[in-house]
Design a protein around this ligand. Structure first.
Ligand SMILES: [Zn+2]
Ligand SMILES: [Zn+2]
Length: 265
C-alpha cells in the first residue's frame, strides 16, 4: 500500500536495527510494500548496495554521488560514460542520484558539487532515467543548473526530502518534477513547510523516510526506517483533508510513473 521512495537501507545506523531483510520485513508488515534505497557514493558504496537490493523483493537502488562526496577524488574520476554504463547494468537500478547541491554543509566546494550535478543530469538525459535531487540552501543554483542542462530534453526527476523555500517547489513543479516529502512535515515547527506542501498537486507528490535520518513524529530523534513512512503519509492526509488510502494510492502511482524501471514482484 505504501512506498518509501527514498531511504538508505545499507546505512551503518540502520544496521543497528537489524539486517536489511529484517528492516524490509518490518516495513512490509506495517504496509510498506516497496522502497528505493539511494546511493551516495558510486566508487565504494554502489557495488554493495546493488548486491543487497538483488537479495530483496520490491527493493530497488539508485546510483550517484551525494553532493557531500562531490569532492572525493574517486567520485570525480567516475566519468559520465562510466555512470551511464553502470546505471544501465542491472534492472534493479531505477534512478540516478542522489545528486545536487548542499551549501549548508561545505564538505565539498560549490564548484565541485555543480560539476558533479551536471554530470548526473547529463547521464539521466542519456539514459532516460529519473534524477533524484538533493538541495539544501541552494535554491537558485539548483534550478538554474536543472534548467541549463534540462530545458528541451525529457529530463524528469524528484526534489527529495523537500525542505526548501516555496520558489524551489514552484519552479520544480513548473519543470514537471515531483516533490518528495519526508518526516519533517510532522515536526511541530515546520508550519512553513506544511503550507508549501499543501499546495503540491496530488499527482506530483512522493513520500519518503530518508531513513536513517529524520524520523517522523512520534519517533523523532530515533533511528528512522521505511516502516515509518506511514506517519508522514498520515500527516499529509490530514493536511490535504483526504483519506490515508488516497495519499497512499497517489504517491504509489506517482512512484511507478517516475521510476518506470521499477516493477513489482
Ligand atoms: Zn539527500
Ligand atoms: Zn538521502
Amino acid at each position: 500500500m505504501w512506498i518509501d521512495s527514498h531511504c538508505h537501507l545499507n546505512h551503518e545506523k540502520i544496521k543497528k536495527l537489524g539486517q536489511p531483510s529484517e528492516i524490509v520485513k518490518t516495513a512490509n508488515d506495517a504496509g510498506v510494500e516497496a522502497m528505493l534505497s539511494v546511493c551516495c557514493r558510486v566508487s565504494d558504496e554502489f557495488p554493495q548496495l546493488l548486491e543487497m537490493t538483488k537479495t530483496l523483493k520490491n527493493v530497488w537502488c539508485s546510483i550517484g554521488t551525494h553532493p557531500h562526496n562531490a569532492g572525493v577524488q574517486e567520485e570525480i574520476d567516475i566519468s559520465q560514460d562510466e555512470l551511464v554504463r553502470l546505471a544501465l547494468s542491472d534492472s534493479k537500478i531505477i534512478a540516478i542520484g542522489e545528486s545536487g547541491l548542499d551549501y549548508y554543509y561545505d564538505n565539498s566546494t560549490p564548484e565541485q558539487q555543480q560539476e558533479s550535478f551536471r554530470k548526473h543530469i547529463r547521464a539521466c538525459i542519456e539514459t532516460n532515467m529519473p534524477l533524484i535531487v538533493h538541495s539544501r540552501d541552494a535554491e537558485k543554483d539548483t534550478m538554474r543548473i536543472i534548467k541549463e542542462e534540462g530545458t528541451g530534453t525529457k529530463l524528469k526527476g524528484v526534489m527529495h526530502c523537500f525542505s526548501s523555500k516555496r520558489i524551489l517547489a514552484e519552479e520544480a513543479l513548473d519543470f514537471d518534477f515531483y516533490i518528495s516529502l519526508a518526516g519533517i512535515i510532522t515536526f511541530k515547527k515546520a508550519q512553513e513547510l506544511r503550507d508549501i506542501a499543501r499546495d503540491i498537486p496530488l499527482n506530483r507528490l512522493l513520500l519518503e523516510t530518508d531513513a536513517p535520518y529524520l524520523a517522523p513524529e512520534p519517533y523523532r530523534g530515533k533511528i528512522n526506517q521505511p516502516a515509518y513512512v506511514i506517519h508522514t503519509g498520515s500527516a499529509l492526509a490530514k493536511l490535504y483533508d483526504i483519506t490515508e488510502n488516497e495519499i497512499a494510492k497517489h504517491s504509489k502511482q506517482n512512484f511507478f510513473t517516475l521510476f518506470n524501471r521499477a516493477k513489482m514482484k
